[in-house]
Design a protein around this ligand. Sequence first.
Ligand code: CU
Length: 296
Amino acid sequence: MKRLFTGIIVAASLLFAQSCTSNIKSAEKQVSQDDMHQGNHQQNARSEHQGHSMAEMNQGEKSQVTTQAKLTAAKNLSPNQPIPLVIDIQDSAGKSVTKFDTFQEKLMHLIVVRDDLISFEHIHPEYKGNGRFEVNSSFPTAGNYTLISDYKPAGNKESVSLMKLIIPGSTPLPKDLAKFEKTKTLSSTKVNFTSSEKTIKAGKQVTLQFDLKEASNNQPIKDLQPYLGEKGHLVIIKSSSPLTESDYIHAHALKNTPEGQVKFMTSFPQAGTYKVWMQFNRDSKINTADFWINVS
Ligand SMILES: [Cu+2]
């Protein structure tokens, strides 16, 4: 019920937003229609990125530059059409960061969610040099969006920088009432989600398991293809307002799991409601299965 209220509040503030766009900025970093969409966003280089192992944490003990991502988008935004996004990565003094390391096959991973976590997109902006990345994205509905960029300045650890963007217009009420369902069918694949703990506790390690079956005969699928070098990718975001870097967790799939099974080990930093998006590659198509999780 709580979430439904959130949805209604968002919808209400967006109706006002049409006449008074700059007032709906919920966070200091939010973009307004009037400021050229310099979706600026502050310092972030988090020293550690939650979904990662201790080993990686220790390895990366070297220098870590503080970086920020600046978003520039067109002035007139509307839902459901390709919007060119320009993302500039800078250091804390505003100077371009120009060298990046590839991780999980890309220089930047960009997760785009509507702030109520109803919509999700995982895309890979193209590096244009001089700290600038570009990509087109289409925002399905009006609303407040958070763009989570995940990149690795050369020789540094991963940095996660958030940007905010408002797509003006009236927001439909969330249809996502099928919360906490454990099974999703995506064309020919049935995804069943289970966790190793009956009650997931904040700060405790938990294994999240996704069983992929042929929808027609319920047999484990045998043709899972790698996606960005792994059996699957899992993005986890805590439902919060405003969303911040610490609400984002990227977990890595465990190796050597049985056919048709994708597993992730992770822990949730705080109690709350989380949404997870498990992405996998079948028939050379990326499928995304999303589920809600309660953490107490
Ligand atoms: Cu990615």
